[in-house]
Design a binder for this molecule. Sequence first.
Ligand SMILES: NC(=O)c1ccc[n+]([C@@H]2O[C@H](COP(=O)([O-])OP(=O)(O)OC[C@H]3O[C@@H](n4cnc5c(N)ncnc54)[C@H](OP(=O)(O)O)[C@@H]3O)[C@@H](O)[C@H]2O)c1
Length: 187
Amino acid sequence: MEEMEPQTASGKVLWHFTMSLDGFVAGPGHSMDWMQGIEEAGDRDIVAEYVATTGAVLGGRDGWDAFPDASMTYGGRWSGATFVLTHHPEDAAPSPGVTFLDCDVAEAVRIALDAAGGKNVEVLSPTIGKQLLERGLLDEMDIHVAPVLLGDGIRLYDNPGGSPVALTLLNGGPSRVEVGLRYRPVR
Ligand SMILES: NC(=O)c1ccc[n+]([C@@H]2O[C@H](COP(=O)([O-])OP(=O)(O)OC[C@H]3O[C@@H](n4cnc5c(N)ncnc54)[C@H](OP(=O)(O)O)[C@@H]3O)[C@@H](O)[C@H]2O)c1
């Protein structure tokens, strides 16, 4: 299987997450300590790739309240417009570069794409990504699978009782192949 091609900046709506092998993007209580010590694959500077191709970020209120500091996106290497969707923007503390939106998710994407100036909008929210998927407004998802099982936390995609969502693999080669990963527990 091919490694992922470098991401390109072309006004895409992109769901981008590091995910545990069992499908979580955050641990219980939004904990992110499980990411410590996990390295980027190969010689590529993956962070630089996303810093260069991301024009705006769209997140949800829970993620914002857990980490209310847009200056730390990509470890402080990225700067740009951040939009946070919330039903109660009035109780959000103002923060530089951050706009709190209470609108339809499609309108939020339009606003973020406009601010992105031709680069991509990164959707850093499981709940918003799901809504965009349902509305046909999500262009791509970039998922980096971390070598860890969490067992609890916030899932990338949570939809009990829902139907499977078929995906096309964009790594090159056949589009509907399964991806093989071999692990061993750390002792
Ligand atoms: N692993 C990674 O790479 C990575 C990257 C980024 C973030 N994360 C993690 O992802 C987690 C965030 O996800 P989450 O699922 O807990 O919450 P979230 O998606 O950040 O926030 C959910 C909240 O956003 C608001 N919202 C969502 N859709 C809305 C809409 N259409 N209109 C108005 N408001 C809307 C609602 O807030 P109100 O109704 O309360 O206003 C909703 O309760 C955090 O723990 C963060 O650390 C992980």
